[in-house]
Design a protein around this ligand. Structure first.
Ligand code: HEM
Ligand SMILES: *[C@@H]1O[C@H](CO)[C@@H](O)[C@H](O)[C@H]1NC(C)=O
Ligand SMILES: *[C@@H]1O[C@H](CO)[C@@H](O)[C@H](O)[C@H]1NC(C)=O
Length: 511
């Protein structure tokens, strides 16, 4: 009897013990998590969060900025709402007044970028896209000056874009009006502009080295996309949460690192070959200009003008300057293929203003309000950077009456702005009239594809020049059409940017 009781007790204990232990530890962990991530007083409101994962399984930010029900929370809580994704606390700003307040009046508070462990490992605080503080300041000032010196608004970079537009038109002409996916050729053209600026040269579209560079870049942007898409690339996310463990494990994050190393190597070969025939009197491109700056600041401890920053800034141009412009141009050709009546008006304006055969240039923009409006409308509808690029709060502060602790991540909802029914006559329909008034081009305040303020897109002028010249030059030569018996889709693909799903169009030569 006794032995039965004892053995029964032992059995119960054996079962109970681990369960109790487990329960106790789970309770402890939840409590610790709660205490650790308890929201500070007067923190912006937001949906209820689960322990550890926060809103991770309620919204995938990826999809959230498109369809999911964040809007209901904006209705409920107002224009500043908070969300938690694992260990990341973020707020989303909605509406022009708050966006302006954040990025103009209060911009010192929102000047930094959040840096994930992944980015940290590859870039440290180098370059200019994700850097902060003195490095960012120095590099941004220098890059803007260099872009200007290479003739944005003046001649030479614009000429390079015109020249590249001819190459692109030739390449598209080779399709002879048959259906083709314009992705590859457009990306080549756009990449050559960045390549001209940084390396002083363009590549033939079939150049193997160039193709390898673009392939690596494409894979590497996965890393950037992962910043936005927490769920989709779980491995990369795990790396962000547990860098010290993941560092030693195999997986797709390792491929990403290897790709970045290859990209850095490519750029550093370019630097080596520049060094051989560098003439400080005659800078040919960004690398040469950077060398001059490095020579001016020999003490490496007091300046950000070192080789690591040169490499990282160049990678940043490739990251920020190719996909964005290329995707926008693809949207443009797609919208033209779908809206033939708009395309006819663009053709008519081109034929009227750009006398036959001449190359379009930015000087023509003034006299081409319709084409200009079309490009703006493509950017509004394309809305390729739906949540802009994340910023980070630099110091504990009060914003819109709420407390924002240092380190909070800040997203701007550009979709809400670009699709605001109060601002746009037909918010969800492609309609160039949004940017026209009495036949003249009309600027719109609620149009911010490049964001605003000191940290707005550094390539805005370059991008606008590219969009205008590439688009006009292609429209001058071709009529874009859907393939016979095919209906083109305006569906989105979510990645680093919002791009059209892969599609084919026909470029029928004009005349
Ligand atoms: C249609 C084309 C483009 C769009 C829609 C676009 C959009 C943006 C946006 C929304 C930001 C974030 C700004 C912010 O945080 O407030 C940004 C940053 C940036 N963009 Fe662009 N961009 C485009 C083309 C380019 C090009 C051609 C370059 C060429 C170098 C470029 C370089 C950059 C850089 C370096 C930053 C980071 C600036 C900083 O942190 O100081 N972008 N862009
Ligand atoms: C951004 O705004 C759009 C349109 O109002 C909305 O559908 C979407 O859920 C919002 N996304 C976020 C992250 O706030
Ligand atoms: C570089 O600058 C730092 C800080 O101003 C100084 O301590 C150091 O001696 C300098 N090094 C050289 C080689 O001039």
């Amino acid at each position: 009897m006794l032995t039965t009781i004892v053995s029964l007790m032992a059995t119960i204990w054996a079962v109970l013990h681990p369960v109790t232990l487990l329960l106790a530890s789970v309770t402890f962990l939840i409590l610790a998590d709660y205490l650790k991530s308890r929201r500070p007083k007067n923190y912006p409101p937001g949906p209820w969060r689960l322990p550890f994962v926060g809103n991770l399984f309620q919204f995938d930010l990826d999809v959230a900025h498109l369809h999911l029900g964040i809007q209901q929370f904006v209705k409920k809580y107002g224009n500043l709402i908070s969300l938690d994704f694992g260990n990341i606390s973020l707020v989303v700003i909605t509406g022009l007044p708050l966006i302006k307040e954040a990025f103009s009046h209060m911009e010192q508070t929102f000047l930094n970028r959040p840096i994930t462990p992944l980015r940290e490992r590859v870039f440290k605080n180098n370059g200019l896209f994700m850097s902060s503080g003195q490095t960012w300041k120095e590099q941004r000032r220098f890059t803007l000056m260099t872009l200007k010196n290479f003739g944005l608004g003046k001649k030479s970079l614009e000429q390079r874009i015109q020249e590249e537009a001819l190459h692109l038109a030739d390449a598209i002409g080779e399709e002879e009006g048959q259906p083709f996916d314009p992705h590859f050729k457009i990306t080549n053209g756009v990449s050559n502009i960045i390549s001209s600026f940084t390396f002083g040269k363009r590549f033939e579209y079939d150049n193997g080295q160039f193709q390898e560079l673009l392939r690596l870049l494409n894979q590497a942007t996965y890393l950037e996309a992962s910043m936005m898409s927490v769920v989709r690339s779980l491995l990369l996310h795990l790396y962000n949460v547990f860098p010290s463990i993941m560092k030693h494990l195999p997986g797709s994050h390792q491929t990403v690192f290897r790709n970045w190393e290859k990209l850095k190597l490519f750029v550093s070969h370019m630097m080596d070959s520049h060094r051989k025939d560098w003439n400080p009197e005659e800078p040919r491109d960004f690398i040469d200009a950077f060398f001059t700056e490095m020579a001016k600041h020999p003490n490496k401890t007091t300046t950000s003008f070192n080789e690591e920053n040169l490499i990282c800034s160049i990678l940043d141009f490739f990251l920020a300057g190719i996909e964005t412009t290329s995707v926008t141009l693809r949207w443009a050709l797609l919208y033209m293929s779908v809206h033939q009546e708009v395309q006819e008006k663009v053709h008519a304006e081109i034929d009227r203003v750009i006398v036959h055969g001449r190359q379009p240039g930015t000087a023509d923009r003034e006299s081409m309000p319709y084409t200009n409006a079309v490009i703006h409308e493509v950017q509004r509808m394309g809305n390729i950077a739906a949540l802009s690029v994340p910023r980070e709060v630099t110091a504990d502060s009060t914003f819109a009456g709420f407390h924002l602790p240092k380190g909070t991540m800040v997203l701007t909802n550009l979709t809400a702005l670009h699709r605001d029914p109060k601002e746009w006559a037909t918010p969800d329909t492609f309609n160039p009239e949004h940017f026209l008034e009495n036949g003249q081009f009309k600027k719109r305040e609620s149009f911010l594809p490049f964001s605003i303020g000191k940290r707005a897109c550094l390539g805005e002028q370059l991008a606008k020049t590219e969009l205008f010249i590439f688009f006009t030059a292609l429209m001058q030569k071709f009529t874009f059409k859907p393939p016979v018996n095919e209906k083109l889709s305006l569906k989105l693909r979510v990645g680093l940017t919002l791009s059209p799903v892969s599609h084919r169009i026909c470029a029928v030569p004009r005349l």
